[in-house]
Design a protein around this ligand. Structure first.
Ligand SMILES: Cc1ncc(C[n+]2csc(CCO)c2C)c(N)n1
Length: 226
């Protein structure tokens, strides 16, 4: 799999993020999912926080509907809102229930600062900017998990977290990443032109992408410290 799979803008932004990208996609938490060495307690703590994360992340994708300028953009954003609320959040409820954590407890999870920092950063990018600012802040989350899932699907040496890995390695999620990559490319072309990477605005969008990537690194780190 090449970085280009998720579109031209993503490949450029990923490159511009430098070392932060590898720190995110090859974090110790990720390697623990790969070889099964991640403590169950850390995984469940991560899932509880991630449930809260997904609530705010759904709000950010709903804001992408608000900031859309075409029907195609609205369709792309609304498909992601639905996938998040109807599928991914539901998945977390199921895994946590099976582990003895009832849904009411999940809803009442106190939000960790690393979690709050990340989602409110993304929301603020959308509130004060346009669809491009918002998508640049949203992209590391979507494509990063796509890259992690695709790699772990091939490199995993344990079945302990195979369900989690399978969710992101599967064709369904990989297709979602390709669709978001296309949405990002076409939104950039519409607003900045075909050669969007030569626009001064592209550098500021790369900065947002890198900041969100660094916030993903902090989120994994939080996962290791229940
Ligand atoms: C901290 C954190 N970062 C990324 C994801 C992955 N993720 C978030 S929203 C979404 C669907 C949007 O296409 C996916 C796959 C996560 N669960 N938690």
């Amino acid at each position: 799999m090449s970085a280009q799979t998720y579109g031209r803008a993503f490949a450029l932004m990923r490159e511009a993020a430098g070392e932060a990208w590898g720190e995110y996609t090859r974090h110790a938490f990720v390697e623990g999912l790969r070889d099964g060495a991640l403590a169950r307690e850390a995984f469940l703590h991560y899932l509880r926080q991630d449930y809260v994360f997904l609530i705010h992340f759904s709000r950010a994708w709903a804001l992408a509907v608000v900031k859309s300028e075409t029907h195609a953009e609205m369709l792309g954003a609304v498909a992601t809102v639905n996938a998040l609320v109807a599928e991914e959040m539901q998945l977390h409820v199921g895994i946590c229930e099976a582990a003895g954590i009832p849904q009411e407890e999940l809803f009442a999870t106190p939000e960790r600062a690393e979690n709050l920092a990340y989602t409110r950063y993304v929301l603020e990018a959308g509130y004060s900017g346009d669809l491009l600012d918002l998508l640049a802040a949203l992209a590391p989350c979507v494509m990063g998990y796509g890259e992690i899932g695709a790699r772990l699907g091939v490199e995993k040496t344990s079945e302990t977290y195979a369900d989690w890995i399978g969710t992101y390695a599967g064709d369904g999620y990989q297709g979602d990443c390709a669709a978001v990559g296309q949405l990002l490319d076409s939104a950039l072309e519409r607003r900045l032109g075909k050669d969007f990477e030569t626009s001064p605005r592209f550098a500021t969008l790369c900065d947002k992408f890198r900041t969100a990537t660094e916030l993903e690194v902090n989120f994994w780190q939080m996962g290791l410290t229940p």
